[in-house]
Design a protein. Structure first.
Length: 109
């Protein structure tokens, strides 16, 4: 199955001055989600028990905290988030920081 991860085949779950978040839930066990984090904005940091995630950065640059580690992120970077680790993203560039998240189970954040 091929998807575009846009409004044509996925659902907008958040759209505001901070970011746009689009989820595709076509698979039973995984959610594929795209976040467009606007310049100078940050995600609400969170953690969740029982769920691992992968963040794939496809545009822009910024910073990400996972657990006790801080990473500078840019286009092409992939960040693995272990079960239960706190994580948060900051857009430090002039363009949208766009990343695709893949996580198991349902959205609980």
């Amino acid at each position: 199955m091929k998807i575009k991860l846009d409004k044509t085949d996925s659902k907008v779950v958040h759209s505001n001055e901070t970011y746009n978040v689009i989820d595709n839930t076509n698979l039973n066990g995984l959610i594929v989600s795209k976040t467009e984090l606007h310049p100078g904005k940050e995600t609400g940091g969170h953690n969740h028990s029982g769920q691992e995630e992968v963040y794939i950065f496809t545009n822009g640059n910024g910073r990400m905290v996972v657990g006790t580690k801080t990473y500078n992120v840019q286009t092409g970077d992939i960040i693995l988030i272990p079960d239960g680790d706190f994580h948060k993203v900051w857009n430090e560039g002039e363009d949208d920081l766009i990343f695709t998240c893949v996580f198991d189970g349902g959205r609980n954040h």
